[in-house]
Write a protein that binds this ligand. Sequence first.
Ligand code: SAM
Length: 272
Amino acid sequence: MQLKDVLIQNGFRFNKRFGQNFLTDKNLLSSIVEKAGVKEGDTVVEIGCGGGTLTAAIADKAKRVIGFEIDERLKPVLSVTLNEYKNVEIIFKDVMKTPTEEVEKMIGGKYKLVANLPYYITTPVLMKFIEEGTNLESVSVTVQEEVADRLCAKAGTAEYGAITAAVDVVGNASKIMRIDRKLFYPVPNVDSAVVRIDIDREKYKGVDIKKYREVVRSAFLSRRKTLVNNLMMSFKMPRVQAEEIVLSVGKDVLVRGETLTTEDFVALSEKI
Ligand code: SAM
């Protein structure tokens, strides 16, 4: 049975608040799973199972799928669409209210994260797992194209921001696919793209991540201000000290935060 029919049969009504735009094209879904690098022995965490179409595509490939879904009204729908899958476990909970440690305990080993994320929790979900996921191998998320461009941006471009630098210090992001808005049901106002982030915690091994994040946050505090001014403001330091720090990492005192690369932020965080 088609997902649309199952939804109708169960009298399901889409809830905009939860960002419910579902994908139904089987070829597209299996292509997402393939490009996400999901392999036979993998355990995959999916956030927001919706009608279970992506869940099924992941379960066709992976050993085990643990899915989170906030909307309990999808229970009867998922029990039909995922009926034949023995390797799927759905947890009807808000993923943001579930400690990452708890998720990892349940899995007991390495895992990949795959999700078609609602806009309103894209950044929180990404940051939660990237910051706290000690056994996380990769993240492949379908997000609004504009967010995808931000995640994969190069320093100095308009798309480059705090989230780019926050991800880049522990992983490598790339846009693996574009998805036309017409492929979603119901059709949203924007196109989407899939971003894959391969986690590499050795990339900047030894960096004080907490300090790094503070520096990044500070650098993007106000885009119109120089890095020196932003550092003065967030670290409550005198101009002369902020200038000294900026000069010590080989940058001009008039430089703006958004032109700094991950390496520059790492160097800065070591000086502060
Ligand atoms: N994976 C499905 C697909 O690709 O067709 C559905 C994707 S839909 C964009 C996002 C799903 O996330 C919705 O089913 C929504 O109810 C669910 N969701 C929204 N907020 C959530 C949260 N905080 N925790 C878990 N699931 C959530």
